[in-house]
Design a protein around this ligand. Structure first.
Ligand code: UDP
Ligand code: MG
Length: 329
């Protein structure tokens, strides 16, 4: 593989409580990237408010290796925001996003680079198998992606996480998307250009625990649907039609009984059921409206996406300084 001389690759690694694995991650990244001819690279580690010794470990890595850049956020902002912060500081002609826990094998990066060299703008990792994840997690992930794909207006590739290589123009487009609720794996397909999958086998976590317990996964899933689809709002309308239809049928039934036969529809039970049903439908619709309204509220506050407490290894001048204007941090 030959790249233009002086090609710079940035690798962005979000880290939250990853002290157990980050050293090994770095050595595997370096070993892989040094083997690629004509490639300069930098590793941008984003410490997302870790509570363990991750930041200290990253400082040591930076002392030992000038290609290590460290961006420490002021607190835990979550994976998606950490990724955005890292992308904003990355100076590369292409940028790779990779998890710190070695579930995404760095050894796939040369293949992504090869695709990029051949003109692909986004080479995204597609998991063919997943080791070390529970059946439940795999099943819920499968259901979610299929649902999201049906609801969203753009096709979102299945079995794809954040592991991907992006060309500079895609990174710039991504950073120009100002929304607060960020959902990388759907925002990047939205950008377009030439995107191709690179199949890989997803390993088990090298060490440490998942930072995505079920509750957080569920929130991420809801975020994804609300960000990329207005279908829940349409659902509210359909529920309204359904309730009205049932009510009309009920009215017809009661009238027919009253006028054509001697029978009555009697009893408070049917009344109560009808009232409860309507109340339920209305509350559900209010809840859906509220979910969108809350997101609008979050957007209009226009708070910075994240705050930085420490930067190590970033040169203050040059094109990075132009890109890294102090809008967000
Ligand atoms: N992560 C982060 N902030 C968070 C949660 C996770 O930066 O609040 C990082 C984490 O260190 C890892 C990546 O995001 O590098 C993916 O997290 P994890 O491996 O826990 O998720 P899973 O692979 O289990 O879905
Ligand atoms: Mg993981």
């Amino acid at each position: 593989m030959r790249l233009a001389a002086g090609t710079l690759l940035s690798v962005v690694v979000p880290c939250f409580d990853e002290e157990a694995v980050i050293g090994e991650t770095h050595s595997r990244l370096v070993a892989t990237l040094e083997a690629v001819p004509d490639l300069d690279f930098e590793c941008v580690y984003v410490d997302d408010g870790s509570r363990d010794a991750t930041l200290e470990t990253l400082r040591n890595l930076h002392r030992a290796d000038a290609r290590v850049r460290v961006l420490a956020l002021s607190r835990n902002f979550g994976h998606e925001i950490a990724v955005t912060a890292g992308l904003k500081c990355a100076a590369g002609d292409a940028v790779v996003l990779i998890d710190a826990d070695l579930q995404d094998p760095p050894e796939i990066i040369p293949e992504m680079l090869e695709r990029w060299r051949c003109g692909t703008d986004v080479a995204y990792g597609m998991r063919t198998e997943r080791d070390g994840e529970t059946r439940f997690k795999r099943w819920t992930a499968g259901v979610f992606y299929r649902l999201l794909n049906r609801l969203a207006d753009i096709p979102i590739p299945l079995d794809t996480g954040s592991f991907r290589l992006m060309d500079r123009k895609v990174v710039d487009a991504f950073l120009a998307m100002p929304e607060r609720d960020r959902f990388t794996r759907a925002m990047v397909p939205w950008i377009g250009f030439r995107q191709e999958p690179v199949p890989y086998r997803r390993a088990a976590r090298a060490a440490g625990e998942t930072k995505y317990p079920f509750g957080k996964m569920l929130r991420l899933a809801i975020d994804g649907i609300l960000s990329f689809s207005l279908a829940p709002l349409r659902l509210a309308t359909w529920l309204g039609f359904l309730a009205s239809g049932l009510a009309l049928a009920g009215i017809a039934y009661v009238l027919v009984l009253r006028l054509l036969t001697a029978a009555w529809v009697s009893g408070w039970a049917s009344l109560l059921v009808a009232v409860l049903f309507l109340g339920g439908v209305q509350l559900i619709c209010l809840g859906i409206l509220g979910a969108y309204l809350g997101r609008i509220y979050g957007e209009v506050k226009r708070r910075p996406l994240y705050l930085v407490k420490e930067r190590l290894g970033f040169p203050p001048t040059g094109r990075r300084a132009m890109r890294d204007e102090p809008m967000e941090d």
